[in-house]
Ligand binder design. Structure first.
Ligand code: MRU
Length: 354
């Protein structure tokens, strides 16, 4: 089995349900959930059953379609009010990845542009098509990112990645791991991948290591605090990470711990690349200071993955799920439209990102 063959999120054939791979059970169990209620889709995103910025966007697009398609009405105003209510609800499931609101707003635009000219039934069908388009585009975008990232690699390279920005985090291929899939397609069999385990939810250990190992890549799992010695030992030639939101100046939010990796890479002189679709670039915010950082339950730190609670009862716990990496630490941002190099504001302008 190759993780690349697993669908992260799709629409059922009868278009009544969204089908997601429950990533909380990986790598031990491969189980698909069939969801049609807004509350269940919200919970699946909140609980990271579907996770990774682009995959969350696809889930939200299919989710808003599936939920609103169930409303039995021919009244356009009633449909639009219901759509707005459910859109705001799904948008509240997680705050940091911009792809969630990006995808929901794109679906909202379809409603706004067609509500005067279409029947409710026609609009529902148009929403289904738009959600499919978001998924299909994500696959093509990830491949482009993969191709551009692949061109930066050399035979025998060691690549360090943090969290999971692979096929499981997107519709297919991923962003940070896409260059490795493209390398495999090109017959390369001599790359080495170092996966940070990524405390506290272990996306690196459970997901990236699973993806890379099942794809046949030489994969080594390290605890987050081993990145420094791994770099010092000369094992890492390049760092590829994913991203949840990029600000106009290039600061970006990604899984907690990413900024530490970037600081280490700078210290050891290792190129540090962010891999992100342009939909992850949020030009409405000037710097990373404006990015909302999701705070998650303390139990993820004190209990998850341990047979019994390992931290003293009552101890204070911080659990920010993301951190912001300063743009000065980034070598380049690999998007489907090309690689942005500093200064990022000018690069984004040249790429037509507004
Ligand atoms: O909390 P998660 O697992 O959704 O966090 C995911 C990440 O931080 C990824 O690196 C990011 O979403 C990019 S996925 C292509």
């Amino acid at each position: 089995m190759n993780a690349l063959s697993l669908d992260t999120v799709v629409l059922s054939k009868d278009a009544l349900e969204i089908i997601i791979l429950d990533q909380t059970l990986l790598p031990g169990e491969i189980k698909y959930l069939h969801l049609s209620k807004a509350e269940d889709i919200w919970e699946a995103i909140y609980a990271l059953r579907v996770r990774g910025a682009p995959a969350i966007g696809v889930a939200a697009a299919y989710g808003i379609y599936v939920v609103t398609a169930q409303l039995q009405t021919d009244n356009m105003e009633e449909f639009c009010n219901y759509f707005e209510e459910k859109k705001a609800y799904l948008d509240s499931s997680r705050p940091t990845a911009v792809n969630l609101s990006w995808a929901l707003n794109r679906m909202g635009k379809v409603v706004a542009e067609n509500r005067e000219t279409m029947t409710v039934a026609q609009l529902k069908e148009r929403l289904r098509q738009e959600a499919h388009a978001i998924r299909e585009e994500d696959i093509a975008i990830s491949r482009n990112i993969g191709q551009l990232g692949f061109e930066l690699l050399h035979h025998g390279d060691g690549i360090l990645t943090h969290c999971n920005a692979g096929t499981l985090a997107t519709a297919k291929y991923g962003t940070a791991l896409a260059p490795i899939y493209i390398a495999l397609e090109n017959g390369w069999d001599d790359l080495h991948v170092y996966c940070d385990e990524t405390r506290p939810l272990l996306q690196g250990a459970r997901l990236s290591a699973f993806e890379m190992q099942t794809a046949g890549v030489d994969t080594t799992l390290i605890c987050d605090n081993m990145a420094s010695i791994t770099m010092k030992r000369g094992k890492v030639n390049i760092v590829f990470v994913g991203c949840d939101r990029v600000a106009a100046n290039g600061d970006f939010a990604n899984k907690i711990g990413t900024s530490g990796v970037a600081i280490l890479a700078k210290y050891y002189g290792i190129p540090f690349y962010v891999c992100a679709p342009t939909s992850t670039i949020d030009m409405s915010i000037a710097t990373g200071d404006d990015i909302v950082i999701e705070e998650r339950p303390a139990e993820e730190v004190t209990e998850a993955w341990y047979k019994k609670r390992m931290a003293p009862e009552g101890v204070k716990v911080n659990n920010p799920a993301f951190d912001v990496t300063d743009h000065s630490l980034i070598t380049g941002i690999i998007t489907e439209k090309g690689i942005a190099y500093p200064p990022f504001d000018k690069a984004f302008e040249r790429m037509g990102i507004r």
